[in-house]
Write a protein that binds this ligand. Sequence first.
Ligand SMILES: NC(=O)c1ccc[n+]([C@@H]2O[C@H](COP(=O)([O-])OP(=O)(O)OC[C@H]3O[C@@H](n4cnc5c(N)ncnc54)[C@H](O)[C@@H]3O)[C@@H](O)[C@H]2O)c1
Length: 452
Amino acid sequence: MEQKKNIVKPAVGKLGILVVGNGAVATTFMTGVLMTRKGLAKPVGSMTQYDKIRIGKGADKQYLAYKDIVPLADLNHIVFGCWDVYPQNAYQAAMYAEVLKEKDIEPVREELEKIVPMKAAFDKNYAKRLDGDNVKCTVVDGQCALPTRWEMVEMLREDIRQFKQAHGCSRIVVLWAASTEIYVPVDKQVHYTLEALEQAMKADDREHVAPSMCYAYAALQEGAPFIMGAPNTTVDIPAMWELAEKTQMPIAGKDFKTGQTLVKSGFAPIIGVRCLGLSGWFSTNILGNRDGLVLDEPANFRTKEVSKLSTLETILKPEVQPDLYGHGNDEDTQYYHKVRINYYPPRNDNKEGWDNIDIFGWMGYPMQIKINFLCRDSILAAPLCLDLCLLSDLAARAGRWGTQRFLSFFLKSPMHDYVQGEEPVNNLYQQYTMLKNAIREMGGYEADEEVD
Ligand SMILES: NC(=O)c1ccc[n+]([C@@H]2O[C@H](COP(=O)([O-])OP(=O)(O)OC[C@H]3O[C@@H](n4cnc5c(N)ncnc54)[C@H](O)[C@@H]3O)[C@@H](O)[C@H]2O)c1
């Protein structure tokens, strides 16, 4: 197949990946990349490292790895840095997280020990269960006080600049893998324009400006793509879309699509394509890591709940098929959908998810499906971190700015222009097509819809 002129800038020099948070997901991601580099582990689950995309059709077709279609950053050229509320380096944090066995951490101990978290831009009101003191402060009357939101932005911008210079990076990507913040509903007055958001930051409006927004703002202003791996509102507001356009930087979010929601977005299409009915879907989890502890706080869980609930709505639509999806008992306008997360320390990072799905068939006869996924949260999230970072860096070099819809594949609650009434794509297979087509287009090949 004919390839058009390649319009993507090459991946020259080092790529700095700055991770907000140095917890279970972040350290599993960093350790895995460092181990893979040494040939001591395999990056299983990573699309950029394993997947092959068909290029061309018929006799011409060939299946190529992503790096053979587009210029991706090499794992050997990645440099890691991070911020965290706790001062432990990445080796100590990986040991604390207990996701990986010691034997899978020790070979890269020296490299991990060098990843020492920068002070976090943190406001305890956004994650009450955390009590670390590795936080940015401003000195008032000889005392350490919480910086204003605008001061946070300036300090974070300085961190990014210093890191870039100290490590000789040509590009930076900022990835949020920190705790889920409390729910910040979109506020038209503050979040709809960049000017209003900047004013709110300068006025230190702590209610509407989450610390995560300071990280995102700082990253974009410093010419770095920003990825939101938690369900926080952060870049899912028109003010940030405006900033992404102004700085011509990619943004992606929100919430890594790992365990239960991955299953949901892959399984719900089965019900939809066979025109079976759904009266209820009950999802519950037990989880015992620090993420589970933070989510045990109702205000933090609310952020996650909104994200998790959105998945089904665009796959099984009551307004399109009222007979099939218009009745359950959510006031009988649609199926009943409930999501629960229960903090249960003995399981640590090994989350267990249960799904009970009440479907119905011919003449309304009920049936049930049960799914029990005994997963490992951070093991599922780590490859997503890698793919999201490499593909956001690629998007930046390809001149794609704003919301990267092709990255929806990796995200539980994909960003979309809700102001214009745009709907997110949650169906895993449609998302996969979007991903493949974006890679094809950036590689100078034609997009197509053929399923294979
Ligand atoms: N693992 C998964 O499957 C999965 C899926 C989707 C989303 N997530 C999200 O990813 C995030 C990370 O999960 P985890 O299991 O690594 O949690 P974790 O609690 O182990 O790590 C999060 C870290 O972020 C730090 N932190 C909190 N606020 C911060 C701030 N303002 N600045 C810098 N650091 C800050 C905390 O101190 C903590 O060390 C969570 O928000 C979680 O909801 C995880």
